[in-house]
Design a protein around this ligand. Sequence first.
Ligand SMILES: [Cu+2]
Length: 483
Amino acid sequence: MTIDRRSMLKFAGAIPMIATAPRVAWAADDNAGRKADYTLRIAAGLVELAPDHIVSTTLYNGQFPGPLLRFKEGQRIVVDVQNDTDTPELVHWHGQMIPSDVDGAAEEGSPFIPAHGMRRIAFTPRPSGFRFYHTHVVAGADLNRGTYTGQAGPVYIEPVNNPGAYDREVFVVLKEFLPSFSQGGDMAMDFLVGNPIKELQDIGKKADEQFKGPKGYEVGYELFAINGKMLGHGDPIRVKQGERVLFHVLNASAGEIRSLALPGHVFRIVALDGNQVPTPADVPVLWLGTAERISAIVEMNRPGVWVMGDLADDDRGHGMGIVVEYANAKGRPQWSKPKPYHWDYTIFGKAGGTPPAPDETFDVTVVKHNGALNGFNQWLLNGEAFSMATMKPAYTVHEGRRYRFKFRNASDDIHPLHLHRHSFELVRVGGKPTAGVIKDVVMLGGFQEVEFDFVADDPGPTLFHCHQQLHMDFGFMAMVNYV
Ligand SMILES: [Cu+2]
């Protein structure tokens, strides 16, 4: 998925790959009769991760990742979604502020795309930046459903003004394949800044005493890939000395946290979740929770053939990497492990800035009930697991007001918290105050706290959830409802 800026327009024009006109009359649709700008076809297909590793999964337009969709901010688009599978589907437009009925979450009232049926979706893309689209169905115990499949693809919404001081743009989609359940329990990861809070550890310990027994299920993966190819099997990213390459990195995992390093090079982070950061900063390693995006510029000043890959040797060894090759460089791709680096969102914030005081704060404590649901962990927010029957827990907001979520994690898992249809501003992460960092997913560390603000500026039912598929399916969701 390497594209130079010149060929971009050509590429964008080629995207409506399947231009089948819908044979259904679209009543009450202002776009009736108009041809769709894009068509997405959901169907089973094969991904050749490597010649001896061909996996079968559900895909968009028969490919992984799904086609890069380039929209223009404020320019209304029409997408036809054809579902050629046996089960109803949903396409969620992650990171966009669009109406609830097209956002793609059943909890918000978006209609399903029926099995072997079609739905036309029309909306005005916003805000500009790096977004993505993915399925939003419940997988539960079915690892052939939801984000365990290959249903994910990048979206880039062109801003009205495009400043970007770079020579080339490369989209990088990180994804695991062949999931399976295990009960060993994941290894705790300690790459986030901040320290565990004793009070939260005590709450977690009490819950663990109540829910003893074997560890709840976790999901592990056999194969790993960047842009749908295992390390060494796709085309390398070909660069020239002195070039400034803008990487748009998406963690399209169903629940893994990913790291990415390019030996001898630094990433200058310019945007998080598609939103420009107040203070671009150089980092040796990218860390991305599930569904997070990072846009970073790398100055190509160390000729050679390199592996850009995950820090975890096992995951990289099973495919999580891609070769970066300088013009005229030869030899085997080189990897070296960077020094340990702690991920800190606040370094990208506005120095000395303080977000405005919120009109109201929602305090939410996250507790795990180990193995409570037939061996699956159940997740509770202030003692309540999400239920589709009651649509609770729920938080009520008034349009125009500013709200603060304060999450307290009484578990050792890291949770990538995601709010639909709104962006939020980080207020405090790992004990450090910050301002000006606008995101739609943020990692909540084990036994830590995170605070973020959002302005209720997009009326309509709005879903909040942990982006770990296994967590959201077993309780870790809530509604935000406008009065
Ligand atoms: Cu979670």
